[in-house]
Design a protein around this ligand. Structure first.
Ligand code: NAG
Ligand code: NAG
Ligand code: NAG
Length: 620
């Protein structure tokens, strides 16, 4: 394989001008292929090696190599690699003694984004215990649900989350769960202090024998899906998956000298796997934030000489919405890694903050397929690449939006979508690209598997995402299945409509969805929006924007103005409640508008209009 590529590279160099004209992206393709191959070879080495080399071992090596190098910078305090190593030894010893943890016992972390998150996870790894990374925003039943999915018998929390834990404490105690809190003492019965035990414990290294049975297929973490639709599920993340995600920084060309800014929650795969684990893999310095702050973002980058930042969902839009400043372009940030940025914001971001390479990724925590946009194509989430496809076979199949299932031919097999056509992304489940699934949720696991896709008897992972491949091999994310809706027999991609809406000068954010109307097939377009500061809703401008750019069936007939949009912890918009609430002015306190083609404008949605819609006097 390697030799073959050397030959290919040689040929390419010989005929550089020709190749560049014919294949404008060849250099980026080749760099990426070579980097990926190198990383692939490393992963194979880890898989084959007798004593398994985990991300923890990688951290220990880094701590040995450069104990004094700063690993974490947080709110004015610095923690070196050596320091974090010792702290995690103390954690491991304290928990070993107090909770009698054994290799393989899962432990739930219910912690804010603080450095202690990192050394507690490392300490648990030293005992061979997987961590379940609970979202610190969840409460009560949702918290119990997520906790019990992981099968953990121990939960570790911090004083600022004590109230949330106390709320579910009776149930935890009934189930015999041990609860530890990061404080020196705790007077609540059923919650044990942990900080005092950690400070008393020895910082001597722990024996590798404690985790002798961990291998590349063992569970390293439980990471929860964001729950944009329904309750969160615990995705099982194996050590193999941790490695694969940790390589993303390397694949993007990030080095040990870079400084990485983590402003995303550590309980999510972007912050934890791509950010933190990737930083350990590189042996670099991380600037950790308690939470994302648009107003502090660039000042932090300047203060700490940050070179790589992460973004997710709407955060890039928030950065673009901050007041313009003279020093917008003075910083050392050269790369942004993330996912979910829309085309308009991407361009605005580059204009405003300078030539930053944006590495838009497409991947799901539990999925078996991912893309990186490693060229400089605005809007694309990645590129088709035959090597990638050879190792990780995937395809786009035709999808029936109305019935929410793949289209099948007379033999019962799925049909590949044409180039340029939107289809459902499915990844073949193989030994190399397994689907590990969710903890304790066989029904959900089965729902994500598709059988008889290209051949009888094959099996694919259903990503639930609609993508499009263009003729130049660029990959575009279109929508989530379930977000796209049908109206008048046409499919409406909500993300496209939202992009068009935010072009109107008064609209800041738009969350587009389809709502049912009595007596009509399908769902009609509706948008919940927020307005830019100091702007009022401009009925005729928004009307013009919508009518000039969107076909009739895709135009949001209803607009709901909200003070803020409901987001998940990872800055994705929630739609479920909005869809349920529909457009009844008697039920909704927010201002509602209706697109009135006769008045050529949006008009306030009155009871009268609502009645006329119900009685079909107004035709939709
Ligand atoms: C950032 O870089 C400048 C110039 O290279 C250096 O003087 C400064 O000390 C650095 N700041 C930090 C926080 O490392
Ligand atoms: C606006 O909608 C049209 C039609 O769906 C689409 O082709 C176009 O890409 C959208 N514009 C933006 C900026 O997304
Ligand atoms: C994708 O395109 C943008 C456009 O600027 C580019 O800057 C970026 O580097 C590309 N993304 C990736 C992943 O390389």
């Amino acid at each position: 394989m390697y030799m073959w590529f050397t030959v290919l590279a040689g040929l390419a160099l010989l005929s550089l001008p020709v190749i560049t004209t014919l294949f404008p992206y060849w250099a980026a393709d080749l760099t990426y292929i070579l980097r990926s191959l190198r990383l692939g070879v490393r992963l194979i080495k880890y898989k084959k090696s007798k004593s398994f080399y985990s991300i923890l071992d990688c951290f220990l090596d880094a701590a040995k190599r450069h104990p004094d190098k700063i690993f974490l910078r947080f709110e004015g305090r610095d923690f070196s690699y050596g320091d974090v190593d010792q702290r995690s030894n103390k954690v491991a010893r304290a928990l070993q003694a107090a909770a009698r943890l054994q290799e393989g016992d899962a432990v739930a972390l219910f912690l804010p984004n603080e450095p202690s998150f990192v050394w507690i996870w490392l300490g648990l790894s030293k005992l061979g215990c997987p961590s379940a990374l609970l979202n610190f925003n969840i409460r009560s039943r949702s918290l119990l649900h997520c906790f019990s999915c992981s099968g953990a018998k121990v939960i570790i929390t911090s004083p600022e989350l004590q109230d949330a834990v106390e709320e579910v404490l009776p149930t935890l105690r009934e189930q015999g769960i041990s609860v530890y809190i990061l404080s020196d003492s705790c007077s609540v019965q059923g919650i044990q202090s942990l900080s005092d035990k950690i400070s008393k414990a020895s910082d001597q290294p722990l024996s590798r024998d404690l985790r002798a049975n961990i291998n590349i297929k063992s569970t390293a973490l439980y990471i929860y899906t964001s729950g944009t639709t329904g309750s969160p599920k615990a995705a099982v993340v194996t050590h193999e998956r941790v490695w694969a995600a940790s390589f993303i920084q390397a694949a993007c060309g990030i080095t040990a000298d870079d400084i990485f800014y983590i402003n995303l929650p550590l309980y999510h795969s972007a912050g934890f796997l791509i950010g933190l684990s990737g930083a350990i893999e590189r042996g670099m310095t991380v600037v950790l934030k308690r939470k994302f702050s648009a107003s502090q973002f660039w000042d932090d980058c300047r203060k700490y000489n940050v070179t790589v930042v992460q973004y997710i969902g709407e955060t890039m839009r928030y950065l673009c919405n901050t007041p313009k400043r003279d020093n917008d372009k003075s910083h050392k940030v050269k790369m942004a890694i993330g996912n979910g940025v829309r085309e308009d914001i991407w361009s605005e971001f580059l204009n405003r903050f300078g030539a930053i390479q944006v590495r838009e990724l497409y991947a799901a925590t539990e999925g078996n397929i991912g893309f990186i946009n490693y060229t400089s194509k605005i809007g694309a989430v990645g590129r088709l690449n035959f090597v990638h496809r050879l190792f990780f076979p995937y395809t786009l199949i035709k999808f029936d939006i109305e019935n929410e299932e793949p289209v099948r031919n007379s033999e019962g097999l799925c049909i590949e979508a044409a180039r340029g056509e939107t289809g459902l992304l499915v990844g073949k489940i193989t030994k190399r690209s397994p689907f590990i699934g969710y903890a304790g949720n066989q029904k959900q696991n089965e729902k994500k598997r598709l059988h008889n896709v290209m051949k009888k008897g094959d099996m694919y992972f259903n990503t639930g995402d609609l993508l499009r491949f263009d003729h130049e091999n660029f990959v575009y994310f279109m929508d989530r299945v379930g977000d796209t809706f049908r109206w008048k027999g046409e499919n409406v991609a909500t993300s496209e409509v939202a992009d068009n809406l935010t072009k109107a000068h008064c609209i800041f954010e738009a969350n587009v969805y389809g709502v049912e109307v009595k007596g009509h097939e399908g769902r009609i377009g509706m948008a919940a929006i927020t307005l830019k500061e100091g702007e009022d809703f401009d009925c005729s401008d928004v009307y013009k924007q919508v009518v000039d750019n969107l076909p009739g069936y895709a135009r949001p007939r209803f607009i709901r103005i909200q003070p803020c949009l409901e987001m998940t912890g990872t800055f994705k918009m929630r739609k479920v409640r909005l869809v349920q609430e529909g457009f009844d002015p008697a039920q909704i306190e927010d201002r509602l508008y209706f697109l009135d083609p006769e008045r050529k404008s949006y008009v306030p949605l009155t009871e009268e209009i609502n009645r006329a819609i119900a009685s079909k006097e107004i035709k939709l």
